[in-house]
Write a protein that binds this ligand. Structure first.
Ligand code: OTU
Length: 650
């Protein structure tokens, strides 16, 4: 948009920029800056307009964008232009992701390059490497307490190794996802160290208070994120004699985005990693970016404005780079992280679908799709050109973040039901074979979340201990059923590194004092390459899971109806154990797939009446793409085997 006031300012800024910036061929930069400047200026003014240094900060910002553009390598600029033309590229069903720890999977970055064949064998072409930046060894929160945002921890390698990996991935048609931890830094970050030494400039980078007066006000309405290990939201710092806001661990200092310098620093870091070859950046804990007394300090409007700023700025310098919002928030809030509308207020193109994840786990425990159906139906409509990251497990705990109202409508008391789920997955509930652990138990509220690997949570560990073939079979079926859902739902499926070979919980972390109190490490174990070898041996658990997943992934890539163009329709059926939805190819509406999942442990009937009116089962049978078999209706009914799925087509 051309708007006089902002363009007048833009012209002034262009005159005042450092001379070397004028010397480069910046045509694309300037057209993009022109296109986004109105939005950037309005947002920046809204957030910081009352500051005397507003214009100076605005110049700093534009300089940052220009310098990072100048630095951007020709092949990355080329990829920006290609993605500009093919702007729906990331909605394709061709993408399948995996999240892994570089060290735990392959030792270091060079090792990881040598192990890419494992991902390729499975069909994975999007690699999310968990954070690898320099962190204090003992207080690292698994890489999320960053000491230096531009330095790779030498244990993993160097930034050159990241670039080399990015190049290898690009050559193989794979995407690289890296984290930018935008909400906080380690207390050992240079900024925090300077703040501790009393430098006012850097104390302004954080929320720092002389006494408990303001912290007490904040805490009246702030929930606790790690109540068991890091209760409260503020930490006393002896050196400064002041209180620091630390929403997560006491060693993670929350950045203060009321200071524009912080926003500019973080945009610079985002662009730094974009220039190292990341295709997608996962922005950690975005819901927490803005704190306000009297609120939960999550999902504040300003947090969205900051993300819009980050997006608008990234589009100027590195428009091909996408953002993933890691916002593990209520279903009603999460879609807001895509932005308000596709043109004026874009935020992140991709968001974790934590709602679907928690609903799937509900279906596993209850062995029906009651709440799952309701929750999927209530998922807010998302914008065009925005997509989900669908996952079953990740490096974090499982939060039971479905909507309370949906739980009530499904006949549950939400609090009691969450208690049941925690009991179920920690194996306390009679008959449960799950081997999870409670995470983040809060005695004040009675809340808890769940840790544990996929295989251990679905009972495989117990089944193997008991040498119970039937239970082994059920747990493998459950693993495949859950993956069939994330592969067909619409969005990018994100697998977790040990899950394709059924890795169990590992208790190794208990021997490490810096990890002992955080049981999320039970599902962050060293990848067992010896176990992985068994994927080639017919009949083994590893073979059964890996080969089935590999096949499903290959199939997904060939099914255009699985691309995400908001082309899913949930079908109401009269069997509570089933989730049934259709996916339609938007290019050719004759290409449709009917997805049916049975979460119960017995075969389940499905009357084809409702399916017929939706245009399916016009003949007596449909083909299940996964097994290649025809599924025939008998007496107007098809039968879905226990803990199984169909991908049906005409
Ligand atoms: C994220 O987590 C990371 O994924 C965690 O590994 C980090 O510990 C945390 O940030 C701090 O950096 O912020 O928006 O239920 O889901 O802490 C949600 C706990 C987050 C996590 C939550 C999450």
């Amino acid at each position: 948009m051309y708007e006089q006031a902002s363009h007048a300012l833009l012209n002034e800024i262009l005159i005042e920029l450092k001379p070397e910036i004028g010397n480069y061929r910046l045509r694309h930069f300037y057209t993009r800056l022109g296109a986004n400047f109105y939005a950037i200026h309005s947002l920046f003014f809204h957030l910081y307009g009352d500051r005397p240094d507003f214009k100076e900060q605005m110049i700093n910002l534009v300089e940052t964008l220009a310098l990072r553009y100048i630095e951007r390598a020709p092949h990355l600029r080329k990829s920006d232009l290609m993605r500009e033309r093919d702007y729906n590229w990331f909605l394709s069903q061709k993408w399948v992701g995996m999240a892994l720890y570089c060290d735990r999977f392959a030792g270091d970055l060079q090792g990881l390059r040598a192990k890419l064949h494992y991902l390729q064998e499975l069909g994975v072409n999007m690699l999310h490497i968990m954070p690898m930046l320099d962190c204090p060894p003992d207080n690292s929160d698994g890489g999320y307490a960053v000491r230096n945002f531009c330095k790779i921890d030498p244990r993993f390698g160097t930034t050159e190794d990241v670039e080399a990996l990015a190049n290898s991935l690009e050559k193989s048609g794979m995407l690289l996802v890296l984290d930018v931890v935008v909400n906080h830094t380690s207390d050992e970050h240079e900024w925090a160290q300077k703040a501790r030494k009393g430098e006012k400039k850097f104390q302004d980078y954080y929320y720092i208070f002389d006494d408990r007066r303001i912290p007490d006000e904040y805490e009246k309405s702030m929930p606790e994120i790690f109540p068991a290990t890091s209760p409260g939201n503020f930490t006393w710092n002896e050196e400064m004699g002041k209180w620091v806001m630390t929403v997560f661990h006491s060693y993670q200092w929350d950045l203060n985005y009321r200071n524009p310098a912080v926003l500019i620093e973080m945009i610079d870091i985002i662009l730094f990693w974009a220039n190292k070859g990341a295709d997608i950046l996962r922005l950690d804990a975005v819901a927490f970016l803005w704190k306000k007394i009297g609120s939960t300090c999550q999902n504040e409007r300003e947090a969205h404005l900051l993300l819009q700023m980050m997006k608008d700025c990234c589009q100027v310098t590195a428009p091909g780079v996408l953002f993933i919002a890691e916002a593990i928030v209520s279903p009603g809030e999460v879609t807001k992280y895509f932005g308000d509308d596709a043109i004026n207020a874009k935020e992140c193109e991709i968001a974790y679908n934590a709602t679907f994840m928690s609903l799937l786990w509900d279906a596993v425990a209850t062995k029906n799709a009651n709440l799952l159906n309701r929750g999927v139906r209530s998922l807010p409509v998302k914008l065009e050109r925005a997509t989900w990251l669908n996952y079953v497990r990740c490096h974090d705990d499982i939060g039971l973040g479905f909507d309370d109202n949906d739980a009530i409508l499904s006949g549950y008391d939400p609090f009691q039901h969450r208690r049941f789920l925690v009991d179920y997955f920690t194996g306390k509930f009679p008959g449960s074979l799950a081997k999870g652990m409670p995470f983040g138990e809060n005695p004040k509220t009675g809340d808890a979340r769940i840790s544990g690997s996929l295989a251990s949570l679905v009972g495989l560990e117990t089944a193997l201990e008991n040498n119970d073939a039937g239970a082994i079979d059920s747990s493998i079926r459950t693993i495949l059923l859950l993956h069939s859902m994330i592969l067909s739902f619409g969005g990018i499926p994100l697998l977790y590194y040990g899950d394709a070979i059924g890795m169990l919980n590992s208790l190794e972390y208990l021997a490490d004092p810096s990890k002992r109190d955080d049981n999320r490490w039970a599902h962050r174990s060293h990848f067992d390459w010896h176990k992985a070898e068994k994927r080639h041996q017919t009949g083994t658990v590893e073979f059964r899971i890996f080969s089935a997943l590999k096949k499903m992934i290959a199939l997904r890539k060939e099914i255009p109806a699985f691309a995400d163009f908001d082309n899913r329709q949930l079908l109401a059926v009269d069997n509570i154990n089933l989730l049934v939805f259709s996916r339609t190819d938007t290019q050719d509406s004759r290409n449709r797939v009917l997805v049916v999942g049975n979460f119960y442990v017995e075969p389940q009937p499905l009357h084809v009446g409702a399916l017929k009116s939706a245009g399916f089962f016009q003949q007596d049978s449909m083909k299940d793409l996964n097994s290649g078999m025809y599924v025939a209706a008998e007496n107007e009914t098809i039968v879905i085997p226990p803990l199984s799925f169909y991908w049906l087509t005409d």
